[in-house]
Design a protein around this ligand. Structure first.
Ligand SMILES: Cc1cc2nc3c(=O)[nH]c(=O)nc-3n(C[C@H](O)[C@H](O)[C@H](O)COP(=O)(O)OP(=O)(O)OC[C@H]3O[C@@H](n4cnc5c(N)ncnc54)[C@H](O)[C@@H]3O)c2cc1C
Length: 310
């Protein structure tokens, strides 16, 4: 409950235009701890640096609240540029997209623009043996995202497209079971948005318990799981569960965010686990940065100290 209040307070403050202006003007240096620069080249340099530690990468071009259909298509074009740049640098493209950024919910020529642009992106990634994960956004988008995921797996195969379930949503366990026939590659997260009690567990203990149930059920069903968390207790429990149930280390991977718990990422690699870092980059870093600050007071202190130092 306290976590919820903290998150709500930070996201409310961060939503104020005046705060945004100050942080945008003075906060880029601090944001760089969480964001790998503003161009595909800076992001690729981050991928190559992680590779030296045996850490895999998931590239994410930042861009939220993109409004017009033209902006959505331009954003999708930039994702294609990123995929091409990764391929040219010898990296198998693994990217995440938010369907809202590429036009989900906008009908153009009788077709959902998000679906149309997702097809272009997944098609290009597949051409290079790559993979696209459809990030999960706030709860009103879940139905459409899961329906579009189903369509896209049918067209491209589960080896080239995956999606995300959020353990804070009451519905996610039923959603997972309903997707089982696709043998889907799923990322399990706790959830990053401010959601009402009508749809999401307000207590952290319930979110964590649901997280375990989701991961264990998906592993037991024989599907690939991306265990996306920095929570060491959950990570240890998943390791134990896999060991106890004979689940191979290549049947799942741990995922963490760029700039967070690099020590843990490295030690998991050393122990023979697959680890992938989620590498956001791009000019539109403010909403992403605000969500990271809202996750833990430690990050808020990091920013406040940085601002005071000027
Ligand atoms: C790879 C990846 C992809 C994601 N994709 C999505 C998505 O598509 N949709 C979505 O809603 N959410 C997504 N998230 C965010 C997720 O929902 C959580 O908000 C976020 O991961 C924090 O939760 P946690 O599991 O790390 O656990 P928490 O209980 O929040 O944290 C556990 C511990 O991890 C450490 N920690 C956590 N966050 C931070 C931080 N920001 N800085 C420093 N330490 C931290 C702290 O030590 C904390 O005590 C993603 C997260 C990851 C790692």
């Amino acid at each position: 409950m306290i976590d919820q209040l903290y998150r709500k307070a930070v996201l409310t403050v961060a939503g104020q235009q005046a705060i945004e202006n100050v942080v945008r003007a003075r906060g880029w240096g601090m944001a760089q701890r969480f964001v790998a620069g503003e161009t595909p080249q800076t992001a690729i340099a981050a991928v190559q640096e992680l590779q030296q530690d045996g850490i895999l990468a998931n590239l994410d071009l930042l861009g939220e609240f993109i409004e017009s259909p033209e902006q959505c298509t331009a954003f999708a074009d930039n994702v294609l540029t990123m995929i091409d740049a990764a391929h040219a640098a010898g990296i198998t493209p693994y990217v995440s997209i938010k369907l809202s950024s590429v036009g989900q919910g906008k009908t153009v020529g009788g077709e959902d623009l998000g679906l149309k642009n997702a097809r272009r992106i997944i098609g290009r990634a597949r051409q290079f043996g790559g993979f696209v994960c459809l990030d999960m956004e706030d709860h009103p988008r879940v139905d459409q995202t899961l329906a579009q995921f189903r369509t896209l797996v049918g067209e491209f195969g589960h080896g080239h497209v995956g999606t995300v379930l959020q353990s804070y949503l009451y519905r996610s366990e039923a959603d997972r079971a309903a997707l089982d026939d696709l043998q889907p590659n799923l990322r399990v997260v706790k959830g990053a948005y401010l959601e009402p009690e009508t749809v999401a567990y307000p207590d952290k203990a319930d979110v964590d318990a649901a997280y375990r149930r989701l991961v264990y059920a998906h592993m037991t069903a024989g599907n690939y799981v991306n265990v996306a968390t920095h929570d060491e207790r959950l990570i240890d429990d998943v390791k134990m569960f896999a060991l106890a149930h004979g689940i191979a280390r290549d049947a799942f991977e741990f995922q963490m965010l760029y700039g967070i718990r690099r020590d843990l990422q490295k030690s998991l690699v050393k122990d023979g686990y697959r680890v992938r870092a989620y590498i956001p980059y791009g000019r539109d870093w403010y909403p992403y940065f605000s969500r990271r600050i809202a996750e833990t007071p430690r990050n808020a202190m990091f920013v406040i100290r940085g601002m005071l130092r000027g």
